[in-house]
Design a protein around this ligand. Structure first.
Ligand code: EPZ
Length: 429
């Protein structure tokens, strides 16, 4: 199994290109199930999760062609995926696949909307929390799908099609908003989704669905109105830049000091996180190409943060901020309000010399003068990358095991950081 070796202490300077967003790419790929015509997605990131979802969709009959690169192309330029679900050959998503990636549960809505039936494995537990799917199922039931569960599978049936309804989510959920939105675009009549997630990735999906012929309004707000249409058609859509990758590299620069341009980044997608970095003493400035992040000499100031749905501070940047605060001059607090078990990085950061205590959903981080390299491992993607950030500033060598977590969501991380001066390499084995 591969690992990443980092020798800490180098400042980061230069340019890091930001890839297309994983969490937009996945629902966008799933949306290809809604039409028999070709959906072309540009700026697709080269990630293990994207590849796996391609395989999962292939199982349903989706043909996927990945555009080749031309000589002279920027090696970081996103890929072009053409997905065509002309014939859906199987409406079952088996346990072996869904258990490997929760986002594949989102095939449920599109399949039942287009095919009138779907059988999708329940995703099961996960390293960051229990992550139930009850709100996905309630939403689809409200649209008239008959839902039952059997042998660990959800069976959804709507042989006469779905019907629009008013659905109010009791709490904000990105996944259920994706799933129900994709179903509602082909339902008869109007659907209103109240308290819908307004994460930029939901907006990206809705914009793409509209390009495919859907009629969705209220994009970017908590209320989505969908006027159902009979069928969707092909379209071309470019995936928005990854705000979590952007924030992660911004925190890496904040950690090491230095001056880096995040090319292709969009500040409006992560303003709350950039504001927190500003409070921590990091300089953030817009550039023609993206965002410049710099910390030259100033110390890292402590912050108090709570994670929240968009536009609040994203849970997917919580671990990275915690790594940064390990070196702040003073005591910070971070409350995790989205997932109940998303502190698996804490004990690993402590192995690197961090001083962190946990009390329920609140972490108290007392900044230390030095972190010290050690072998570490993490149980999820964002926890793993928080260890990379800590390793970049730790004395000596940090080896991060279980790199497959990183490969799920960070394209060529060792190259991107290495080109800016980090001493980082992948050890294969
Ligand atoms: C998406 O997960 C993202 N995944 C997560 O990113 C992200 O952390 C999360 O949204 C929150 O922003 C992808 O986009 C692939 P939710 P999702 O439904 O949709 C509860 C990463 O690292 N809930 O918004 O699964 C749930 O338990 C990943 O890239 C229910 O109770 O998250 C959680 O507490 C990790 N019932 C809260 O809602 C439901 O039916 C928010 O979950 C659904 C969710």
């Amino acid at each position: 199994m591969d690992s990443i070796r980092i020798v800490g202490g180098n400042r980061l300077t230069g340019t890091i290109p930001v890839s297309g967003a994983k969490n937009a790419a996945l629902p966008l790929m799933t949306a290809s199930l809604l039409t028999g015509e070709t959906l072309t997605l540009e700026n697709m990131p080269a990630l293990a999760d994207v590849k796996l979802l391609g395989d999962i969709l292939g199982n349903h009959g989706v043909d996927l062609t990945v555009g080749g690169k031309r000589s002279g192309d920027d090696p970081y330029r996103g890929k072009r995926f053409s997905l065509c679900a002309r014939d859906i050959v199987d409406t079952t998503a088996p346990y072996e696949l869904v258990s490997r990636m929760r986002a594949s549960f989102w095939v449920l809505g599109p399949l039942v909307a287009r095919m009138g039936e779907a059988k999708v494995s329940m995703p099961g537990g996960c390293a960051i929390g229990t992550r139930p799917v009850d709100l996905h199922l309630k939403g689809l039931e409200a649209l008239g799908a008959e839902i039952s569960t059997d042998g660990g599978y959800v069976l959804a049936s709507a042989p006469k099609g779905l019907t629009g309804a008013r659905i109010s989510f009791p709490s904000v959920t990105v996944g259920a908003t994706h799933n129900v939105l994709m179903a509602a675009v082909l339902a008869r009549g109007e659907t209103i989704l109240d308290n819908a997630a307004c994460e930029p990735e939901v907006g990206d999906l809705a914009t793409c669905l509209n390009a495919m012929g859907a009629q969705i309004s209220g994009i970017g707000t908590r209320t989505l109105r969908i006027e159902g249409v009979k069928e969707l058609h092909g379209a071309t859509h470019a995936v928005l830049p990854d705000r979590i990758e952007t924030g992660t590299y911004a925190m890496a620069v904040a950690m090491t000091g230095g001056d880096v341009e995040l090319a292709g980044a969009r500040a409006d997608l992560l303003q709350s996180a950039l504001d927190i970095l500003g409070d921590a003493g990091v300089e953030i400035t817009p550039t023609n190409k993206g965002i410049r992040v710099a910390r030259n000499g100033a110390s890292i100031r402590p912050v108090n943060v709570e994670t929240a749905p968009f536009p609040g501070f994203p849970t997917d940047l919580q671990a990275q901020l915690m790594a940064l605060m390990c070196r702040a001059e003073g005591t910070s607090t971070i409350r995790e309000t989205i997932f109940e078990n998303r502190f698996m990085h804490v004990q690993e950061l402590v192995r690197l010399g961090a001083d962190i205590s946990l009390d329920g959903d609140k972490a108290t981080i007392r900044g230390v003068d030095t972190l010290k390299g050690a072998p570490v491992m993490a149980t999820d993607l964002r926890a793993s990358v928080s260890l990379v950030i800590a390793g970049l500033m730790a004395e000596g060598e940090t080896v991060i095991n279980r790199v497959y977590h990183l490969d799920r969501g960070f394209e060529r991380i060792e190259e991107k950081l290495g080109r800016c001066g980090a001493k980082i390499e992948r050890l294969t084995g």
